[in-house]
Ligand binder design. Sequence first.
Ligand code: ARG
Length: 495
Amino acid sequence: MARKRVLGTAAFMAAALTISALGSAVAAPVAPGSAHLGASTPRIVNGNDSAPGDLPFLVALLDAYDFDDEGAFQAQFCGGALTTTTTVITAAHCVVDDETGAVTPPEDVLVGFTRNLKAPNVRTVSVSAIRVHPSYDSDAVTFDIAVLTLAEPVLDITPILPMRPADPLSLVAVGAPAKVAGWGSLSADDDSFPEAFKIGRLVIFPNESCGRGSDFSVAGVTFDGFGSSSASADTMLCAAGVTSNRKIIDSCQGDSGGPLIGGDGGAMRLIGVVSWGEECAITLPGVYTRVAAMADFLISTNALVSLAPTVAPVIDLTVLNTALRVNFTVADDGSAISSYTANATDPATGQVFTCTGQPRVDLLPPFCTISTLVNNTSYSVTGSTSNSLGSSPASATVLGTPIGVPTPGAIRKVWSSNDRTIAVVVRRSFANDAPITSTALSCAPVNGGSTKAAPVRGGMAILKKLRPTYYSCVVIVTNALGSAASAHKLINVTR
Ligand code: ARG
């Protein structure tokens, strides 16, 4: 399990800030072949095994020369995360020579996409540029972040979105769960490395433990904090985990540059980059570059762009007369949505009707209304969201049948309009698609005053105790979908 290692000089220092850099490559002695690793063997340090399909955006940085000679397992020197189709975020110390400050030439690095470094035919992508944060300080290990630009886009792997200042702070709040993943050492004490990456489940430490020296306890294990001489919560994030049997979970040598991941699903974010620690898995947290504080650099290197929507909306329908209103509910995936689109397909003819809505300025859910549909026809409706970069997957299909408000009848004949009473004969109304629940005659005095109404029964309605004036009368017919009014009729009421 031993792997030839490239280690930065700092790793050999007494109270070592354990960092490694390709730039100052030193081949560590290969440890004698160790015994088969049993189930209780530590990984990341005290992490879990990964499974196929896990964290596909996790990449291995490979020394291009070692890769050709000896394969990915020997060539891996750091981790990284694919954040767009063409960018990988890693640690600056992975690609800067500590002593000279020289940046590794891009042709010396390959980006490996594989879970298992010993898999046959590891997929690699060349690097066309390496850009290091302009404020990176290798002594203080501040702004420990760099962006690799890939020589060709990777279109089949979903990148992880870096956390931005506008993202919910709960992602990096005290005690928030986070994951770290990598092919780094399984223990600080020996040279034992996994073939497939490991995942460590960590919790975020308070800022006070990441530059102000405060203790912090995780599951009954008390950790010391880093003081201001070594850490700063402005640009760093401290995290560690504890297993159910009180072993400390931490990243370690070889994990550098790899992702610290917060959130789940569409809310998943790259919140940190493995940067440094003191030994591994002792009662001090690991220290990560705080990604949300690096947004300017990440935007300037195109490692952070707003994304096309990635989550399908959930839709529901409001049934209308010859129309369906489509209401959208969208989980936040960090993308800015510029339009909401819905399609209604008539299953019988295959004809598709469409509507598009814009984001709302109020807090009401966004919607659009598909019109010119045929009442009493069942349509299959789906919705999606989009911005200039693309569209979300379609929502689940919802069936909707437009049905109409009634077609009102009319006042056919005024039977009488004296004695302060009106009696009218009403022509039949049509229910359309929902039964009529009420039909009423409603009359309003034209020169102001209260409206009077009476039910229509047997095609007739009578209104009494009116004032001797002109009334404007309509028939109002109601079903479950709403009401419709007939044309007005002017009636002169006399004593
Ligand atoms: N600097 C190390 C590397 O190059 C990562 C150290 C992380 N250490 C820790 N205790 N969390 O791989």
